[in-house]
Design a protein around this ligand. Structure first.
Ligand SMILES: CC(C)(COP(=O)(O)OP(=O)(O)OC[C@H]1O[C@@H](n2cnc3c(N)ncnc32)[C@H](O)[C@@H]1OP(=O)(O)O)[C@@H](O)C(=O)NCCC(=O)NCCS
Length: 184
């Protein structure tokens, strides 16, 4: 792992089909680090075997008429280092029409403002699609909760998600007026 100062500034763009392999790889790598001690270890250990299958799913998702928006962050010389996905909120949506569905950054590129910019880009894309408000579901045990609070997200509920047969609590954070928090 290179020290953070050896990387250039981040640039951002919508994802393209040829990003599929890198997106699957980043997703698995960050899941394995972030959810150690939170998600069932057996489930985490099974993730690398899903690489090809997940790459195929990314390729299909990015090839279709987009329902969701996918933004990626790149830095030189590493290339793609993180991504965020947004779309119409899945039920129960608690009255918020948009959802930040996922957000993953390689550990060595965290805490450099890249996550904040990816969320801003997703929020702007949701607004452009006419969706009002945005929520995000985050495992209550994940310290990323504090990141969403820093971005002005309000806790609006708790829900249960099942990961690898284990029920886990998620906190739902939300923004009602996206323009207020995520300026152009
Ligand atoms: C959560 C995540 C996307 C944040 O991205 P990031 O680029 O590291 O965050 P930023 O540098 O943009 O931080 C924005 C602000 O949040 C704060 N912040 C970020 N992560 C934080 C944390 N874990 N705890 C407390 N504050 C945090 C930063 O200090 C910064 O505060 P500032 O306004 O005072 O400058 C990134 O850490 C990540 O990918 N984590 C692993 C995957 C994950 O948990 N994803 C979320 C799943 S719901």
């Amino acid at each position: 792992m290179e020290p953070a100062e050896s990387y250039g500034p981040a640039t951002f763009r919508p994802a393209v089909v040829s990003d599929a392999g890198r997106l699957a790889d980043i997703h698995i790598r960050v899941l394995m680090v972030t959810y150690r001690g939170i998600d069932p270890q057996e489930w985490l250990d099974s993730l690398p075997q899903q690489l090809i299958e997940r790459e195929t799913r990314w390729r299909e998702r990015l090839s279709q008429v987009p329902v969701d928006v996918v933004h990626v962050a790149e830095v030189a010389p590493a290339g793609l280092v993180g991504f965020a996905v947004g779309g119409p909120a899945r039920p129960p949506n608690l009255g918020y029409e948009g959802e930040l569905i996922s957000l993953y950054l390689l550990p060595e590129h965290q805490r450099r403002g890249i996550g904040r910019e990816l969320v801003r880009r997703v929020a702007r894309s949701l607004m452009e699609r006419g969706l009002r408000g945005m929520l995000v579901r985050v495992l209550t045990a994940n310290p990323a909760r504090l990141f969403y609070e820093r971005l002005g997200g309000r806790p609006v509920g708790v829900q249960t998600v099942t990961i690898g047969d284990q029920p886990l609590e998620e906190t739902v954070y939300a923004w009602r007026d996206l323009d207020l928090y995520f300026a152009p």
